[in-house]
Design a protein around this ligand. Structure first.
Ligand code: ATP
Length: 418
């Protein structure tokens, strides 16, 4: 007997929400279809629609589609399908997965719930698969029973049910399903783990998949508490510009907090990357560590780590100039009428092409993030704005105070040199 938490499904469903079943034609989703059509409360049954994604990868793909279509017709369940094209580049499995989720996302409306047939063995395989890749506490949380896709939810009601129970159900009810022949190919790591690791383990302990799934459920619950505590603690390490204050991090926890900080911005790093980041950003040798990957750059400025978009050199140059100016101002300009002041309001800047541009617009053109606009070095001489770090300088001031010093001292941000 397989039990489904109908109340949880009802809680996830919006008032007008639809229940979509991701129907591959395989045993798991076919069993779910049978349960939904034979056991679900009427309100859920009435909102049910099946959705099949035709990957076109197997020579049997058309047969899978027609099998899903015919079964749904027999159960009087509305049925949709969509074809996707997979090219031969990269991991075919991963591509199929991503495109499949894109199809799901395109169909889901606010308040809808998508049901998938993942079960306890999938959970155990996922955990083994991730352990093999050296995952941390987040990775070991495995497959979540519920998660959001936009304004809709994905729900996996069979996640605590073992594959053998699902198979027993399918046989008892004489269900017909299709077999994906690629599931037997052992060069796919997941298949290897399924057949060569989990199967022998299960022969020795029939409940192993369920036990792993229960353990993962416990880890997920504990992790949600830890996640909350982590957010609170991390907030104390972040300055008002959104930078991670490196000097506050306990030495033995540096890697952990760097990862947590990056993770909060949607960036995940491997353990090896985490180690190199610690080496790089805590090294006193490297005055301006920089780590570039994908679309972002990590930089250190005044003992804090910042995440910047890849193409924001100009902004950083201005910040570096700012540190230099601050230092030099204390030393050189103290008796002159040149000062650093907060950002002025309503100023028009004269650009090299002779045109004028409001300061606010200029900063937007330069892609200075709003949280850094207050931080730039606004240099005033005799009460007038004459320079903004290395981003802009007043034409009349060229070659005077600021640029004169520039010849004697390094001015890393001098735009005329880059
Ligand atoms: N072609 C498909 N069309 C519709 N639903 C599918 C399709 N393939 C898989 N699914 C859904 O996903 C569930 C899990 O399938 P499977 O284990 O093959 O995917 P996976 O790639 O391991 O999982 P995930 O999609 O989360 O990565 C199925 O029970 C079914 O609900």
């Amino acid at each position: 007997m397989i039990t489904i938490d109908w109340q949880q499904l009802e809680r996830l469903l919006g008032e007008q929400g639809k229940v979509w079943l991701a129907l591959s034609g395989g045993m798991d989703s076919m069993v779910l279809l049978h349960i939904l059509t034979h056991q679900a409360p009427v309100a859920i049954r009435q909102r049910l629609t099946a959705l099949h994604v035709h990957h076109g990868l197997s020579q049997h793909a058309d047969h899978w589609l027609s099998h899903c279509q015919t079964t749904c017709k027999g159960y009087d369940v509305p049925f949709y399908f969509e074809r996707i094209q997979i090219d031969q580049t990269g991991s075919i499995e991963e591509q199929a997965r991503q495109k499949r989720y894109q199809v799901f996302a395109n169909h889901l409306q606010a308040g809808d719930v998508l049901l998938q047939g993942h079960h306890a063995n999938d959970q155990a395989e996922t955990v083994l698969f991730r352990l093999e890749r050296g995952c941390g506490w987040r990775g070991i949380q495995g497959i979540p029973a519920c998660r959001r896709i936009g304004d809709a939810n994905v729900f996996r009601p069979l996640l605590k049910t073992s594959r053998s129970m699902i198979e027993a159900y399918a046989k008892t009810h004489q269900l017909e399903w299709v077999e994906d022949e690629s599931n037997l190919e052992l060069q796919f790591r997941r298949n290897f783990l399924r057949h060569q690791v989990l199967a022998p383990w299960q022969a020795n302990n029939a409940d192993i998949a369920k036990q792993v799934a229960q353990s993962v459920e416990r880890i997920q619950a504990e992790s949600s508490v830890l996640e909350r505590l982590l957010v609170e603690t991390l907030a104390g390490f972040i300055n008002r510009d959104g930078g991670l204050r490196l000097s506050l991090l306990p030495e033995s926890e540096r890697g952990f907090w760097l990862s947590a900080f990056l993770n909060q911005q949607g960036i995940s790093v491997t353990q090896q990357q985490q180690r190199s980041l610690v080496d790089m950003f805590f090294s006193s040798q490297d005055k301006q560590p920089e780590y570039i990957r994908h679309h972002y750059r990590l930089v250190r400025f005044k003992a804090a780590m910042y995440i910047l978009p890849k193409d924001q050199r100009a902004v950083e140059q201005a910040l570096v100039a700012g540190t230099w100016i601050e230092r030099e101002f204390d030393r050189v300009y103290c008796d002159q009428d040149v000062q650093l002041k907060p950002r002025p309001e309503g100023v028009q800047l004269c650009l090299p092409n002779g045109k004028h541009r409001p300061l606010k617009k200029f900063l937007q053109d330069q892609q200075v993030p709003s949280w850094w606009r207050e931080q730039l070095p606004y240099v005033f001489a005799k009460g007038e704005l004459v320079a903004i770090g290395g981003l802009w300088q007043h034409p009349d001031w060229s070659g005077q105070v600021i640029w004169q010093r520039n010849d004697r001292l390094p001015w890393p941000s001098d735009p005329s040199r880059t």
